[in-house]
Design a protein around this ligand. Sequence first.
Ligand code: GLC
Length: 725
Amino acid sequence: MNKKTVITILALVCTLTLHAENKPWMNKNLPIRERVNSLLDQMTVKEMIAELNLVPYYAEQDSAFRAAVAKGRVGAVLKASGTALNRSLQKLALKNNHLSIPLMFHEDVIHGYKTISPIPLAEACSWDTAMVRRSAAVAAKEAAAAGLQLTYAPMLDISVDPRWGRIMETSGEDPFLASAMARARTLGFQGGSLSSPFTVMACIKHFAGYASLTAGRDYLYTDFSQRQLEERYLPPYRAAIAAGAGSVMCSYTSFNGIPATFSRFLNHDVLRDELHFDGLLMTDWCTLSNAITEGASPDGRTSAERGIKCGIEMDMTSHRFIDNLEDLVNSGAVSKDIIREAAFHALEAKFKVGLFDDPYLYFNEKREKEVIGSEEIRQACLDMATESMVLLQNKNDVLPLSTDKKIAVVGPFAEQQEMLMGKWTAKGDASKVITVAAGMREAAAHVSVGASDYRTPADSCTACYDAAQSADVVIVCLGEHTGYIGEATSTARISLPNNQLKLLDKLYQSGKKIVVVLFNGRPLQTDFILAHCDALLEAWYPGTMGGRAVANLLMGKAVPSGKLCQTFPRESGQIPIFYNMYRTFGNIRHLDIADGPQFPFGFGLSYNKYGYSNMSVSTNSAAIGTPITVSVDITNKGSREGREVVQLYVKDIIATVVPKLKELKAFRSVTLSPGETKTVSFTLDDDAFKILNDEMKWTVEKGDFEIQVGCDSEHVLTKKIHLGD
Ligand code: GLC
């Protein structure tokens, strides 16, 4: 090695050493907490406040955005993605920051970034936490490859109101299943290391109780009890926080009349003290300004003061923090310590995702090209879509179809691409979506297609009738326009538009075999559909690979195994209707329609019949705290290998409060060959029998319980046990 090289290396080592000594926070061998505090010790209040400012990027306002970055007024960015753009913004930030503080990039990667998986409500119908975790992991891989480090997901709200457009983002009506999904998605997004360029930080939302809004109308006021908070809304947060979720987003709505964005009870007493969350808490979009609009704050200064004092640490897009906090500190209204605490979590997140060790870690254009849209990711989305679809009717085993059949694929969703992705589709590429028609052409030999438009009157759907004329079986692809689903959308009705029902009726009158495939993001009214078809497959919004998943199922290349995670009402007048209601002393029902739901929670058919037998419990009476083992034999009476989701519910017979009808406490998927029997066993600990008692304490009360095992929440085998003396 020549002299010049040695001198260069020595100079480099000295520079790095000096650099590390002058900036100990750049020393990756120190614990993150130490690095953050050493950085904070060097920061002014102004610089700390900038870290609390989360700013949206709009291409049309690029120069103004860059000016704000150059002035050091931006801490984190949302809505900017792509390695080229984000690298350039990072470079600009670092050039203008003497402390080497990088930007962090956020986005709504809810069910995929470019390659889209099924909507979360659909994924939860798989009851397959490993598959859901994989779906989140590949979404994270694409997002990180596109220059992102944090996603505003998983959404943990629990809804019992299909009128609410955001029900599509939830994991269904049950806290136990939703908690399992919360954990799976958090682990999937965050992976084994947050500083890997293939993972992103999760931001669980919307804390808390957003889904309890009135009449299913988005943003409308919420009024729910602390019992509802504890029993229904907090369990998924407990699960996600235990799984290591790095951040939380507050809700648009209120608790006990106080906006969540101002709620010390929610954001400090519950989130920090009860749930022991120690990560970053941010607002939802403009909530500090929304509070002014709804009359809960006179101005931005008050909003900033109330927000920071209740525990909010990052202000998404309202700019109330950046505009007011410095004055509030200078006037003594807000302490510097509170600002420092907030800035700690904002900076800690950047250290955790590795941006201080390599601020360009996520901006690798080669990796971006290799990862995005890869076959690995498409396959994961296909598998997820296949397991998330639910077979709701199959008269005379019309499905699966044989390849010698002449098949027509018709209707407004027959060749639909954009709407198969649903909503919250980030940079989803509609041109890559496999339509039902394309999927069927891959899977069957004799396929004719007759697509219609969403609003085409039934009498004008000639292409549909022409294609159906020479077919043995007609696959009718119906669904709800995605304009009625997602944020800021609610519907009073949950039925398909009349033109689609009329189209179905006319096709049904032809006497052909009719298979309806439904594309929707909420439980819909299905009575007319069921009466006018032989088979009904609930496909939800299945994402990029949706058409291939539909074809695989209809042609028997895969066997349906999805089970509903949300009760299907008979019609909207029944809402709310869900399986785990509190009991009452009389069954007062709506007299003008049949009783009970159209389809219960946990329902889903297969091409096989599964027999449940020989249920046993390890004891009929035990002391509280004794593990209880429950076993049951499952037999595949069908002719295909298939997966069955075995569900276990517990009914508390007598308690100090009114107990629920029943509650899901365990579930397990089991795959069975034709004729095969397997014994499925569950071991229940105290958690399966706990109730929030009359003193608001979670405890196991002595008494009788009914343990129920079955294929859905209504068809169960039962055993009674007694706990306590
Ligand atoms: C929206 C949503 C939230 C989303 C955020 C950023 O209004 O409520 O779920 O993550 O703003 O887009």
